[in-house]
Design a protein around this ligand. Structure first.
Ligand SMILES: Cc1cc2nc3c(=O)[nH]c(=O)nc-3n(C[C@H](O)[C@H](O)[C@H](O)COP(=O)(O)OP(=O)(O)OC[C@H]3O[C@@H](n4cnc5c(N)ncnc54)[C@H](O)[C@@H]3O)c2cc1C
Length: 466
């Protein structure tokens, strides 16, 4: 059985790799000149800069399994413990995000009235059945207006760069909806879940876990992590494993159903060719999938095309050793209500000190998102200047950076807006009409690297089992 995987981001790479390691004939077609899609690391002037994602949480067994298969487990690097501290810019300054409920009550992250309102969450009722609430609606019901505007907005900004009034809570934070469904109150649900986990830990036979024998699954640290050399290390290992089976500079321009499978029209270095396969996996952004699907099934294409993207610009600013103090914590986020031009900044050199040489300081600023898409169109020097001004205003960084790098993602982050789950279910149902055609990637069932890896491995295993 031959499988053509279209799109060489992490999703497509993982699928092609897994299929081939299960002895299946899979070919990967990537339109750009390099594999990795949004993932990529560049080493320049003593800095390791990430073009897109910075890290993943080491809590996904599929990611660990992939790392182990590629012999990369020993190269996973956990974030510095200092990165546990995070900041939100609110009411005129950076404030530390409290790490526990008692710390929250005593903190200044929200004014006292708003903190007490959060405690009133214990009395929240359940949402009416069948309503796909926005994150803001859900937040206001449970936590109150201010906690929603400051905390929930900041949290979603760090992941989706979205609009809290438009994102679907069920699609973006399914565990919150599950907690509500099962326990009514999130606080109550969190307490009960923690208790149950502790009881489960106690009940485990001694020796279970990472030190308990070779059969035990690897213990996940739960820590924010990357690889030595940055996330490119993962892409490099997948690229090496795929060898000639991955074709870069190969843009798929057409898709046609033929007897026993599919025919793809491929544009490769100015040459047009055709490729037939029994199964096709589209692991491309939704707007590309829409175009490919349109001649085949206009209704399916239209549903896929409804998935919006928020543009985002990544602006790295580097400072020579001794010119500015090393910032504390993982970084800070800026709620949209603050009306600033920065979504937030990652303190990359504090989080992963190995990513800079000789005491340099690296800030990774994010600009744009669903609320300020126009900023991403600015020229690169203007974006670097904007980030500099905002870092000065928000975090008091007055030194002059000696390094900058700007990466713009016009279709950066898929937005799982209200209606997303219904849309994805309709897409899945429509795909039933097209045996051998599969859609995956970050537009549908999870945008994190962990989601893309888990979904990719699952799809490959399903295909390999056929
Ligand atoms: C700025 C930024 C920061 C992020 N931070 C994090 C983070 O810290 N942690 C985290 O877990 N996630 C993060 N993410 C999300 C995560 O990086 C992405 O969701 C994930 O990398 C998407 O992988 P993908 O393979 O699904 O899609 P993509 O990476 O978009 O890959 C799709 C590929 O398809 C190719 N393609 C397009 N058209 C064609 C065609 N016609 N023919 C062939 N190939 C084609 C593209 O060139 C591309 O390589 C971030 C994303 C961005 C943009």
């Amino acid at each position: 059985m031959k499988v053509a995987v279209v799109g060489g981001g992490i999703s497509g790479l993982v699928i092609a790799y897994r299929l081939r390691s299960r002895g299946r004939d899979a070919v990967l077609l990537e339109s750009s000149s390099r594999l990795g899609g949004a993932v990529g690391t560049r080493a320049r002037d003593g800095y390791l800069v990430e073009q897109g994602p910075n890290s993943f949480l080491d809590r996904e067994p599929a990611t660990r399994e992939l790392a182990a298969a590629l012999n990369l487990e020993g190269r996973i690097r956990a974030a510095d413990p200092a990165a546990k501290r995070r900041y939100v810019y609110t009411r005129g300054r950076l404030r530390s995000v409290p790490a526990s409920p008692p710390a929250f009550l005593g903190s200044d992250i929200l004014p006292l009235g708003a903190r007490l309102r959060v405690m009133g969450e214990l009395f929240t009722g359940r949402a009416p059945e069948g309503v796909d609430e926005s994150l803001a609606q859900f937040g206001r019901r449970h936590l109150g207006r201010m906690a929603t505007e400051v905390l929930l907005d900041a949290v979603q900004t760090g992941i989706y760069a979205g609009d809290v009034e438009r994102l679907s809570v069920a699609a973006t934070f399914p565990p919150l909806v599950k907690l509500e469904r099962e326990h009514r109150s999130l606080i109550l649900g969190a307490i009960r879940t923690q208790k149950a986990q502790r009881a489960q830990q106690k009940a485990l036979p001694a020796g279970t876990g990472v030190t308990g024998g070779t059969a035990a699954p690897p213990k996940l640290s739960g820590a924010l992590s990357t690889f030595e050399g940055g996330l490119q290390t993962l892409i490099g290992a997948l690229t090496a494993a795929l060898g000639d089976a991955a074709r870069v500079g190969a843009r798929v321009e057409g898709l046609e159903r033929v007897e026993g499978g599919w025919r793809l029209a491929v544009e490769e270095r100015g040459q047009r060719s055709e490729l037939t396969a029994e199964q096709v996996v589209l692991a491309v952004p939704a707007h590309v999938a829409t175009r490919l699907l349109h001649p085949l099934d206009a209704t399916l294409a239209a549903r896929v095309g409804e998935i919006e993207y928020a543009p985002i610009a990544v602006v790295h600013l580097g400072f020579d050793a001794g010119t500015t103090p090393a910032p504390d914590g993982f970084g800070f986020l800026v709620p949209s209500g603050e009306k600033r031009r920065l979504l937030g900044s990652i303190h990359a050199s504090t989080t992963f000190p190995f990513r800079v040489e000789g005491g340099r300081v690296l800030y990774t600023c994010m600009v744009g998102g669903a609320r300020q898409p126009e900023l991403v169109k600015l020229e690169e020097p203007a974006l670097a200047q904007l980030a500099r001004e905002e870092l000065k205003a928000l975090a008091g960084v007055t030194a002059t950076p000696s390094f900058s790098e700007v990466i713009r993602w016009p279709a950066g982050i898929p937005q799982y807006n209200v209606g997303h789950l219904e849309r994805v279910a309709a897409i899945d149902a429509a795909l039933q009409r097209w045996p051998g055609l599969h859609l995956t990637g970050n537009a549908f069932k999870g945008i994190g690297l962990n989601d893309c890896i888990r979904n990719g491995l699952q799809l490959a295993d399903t295909l390999a089992g056929r």
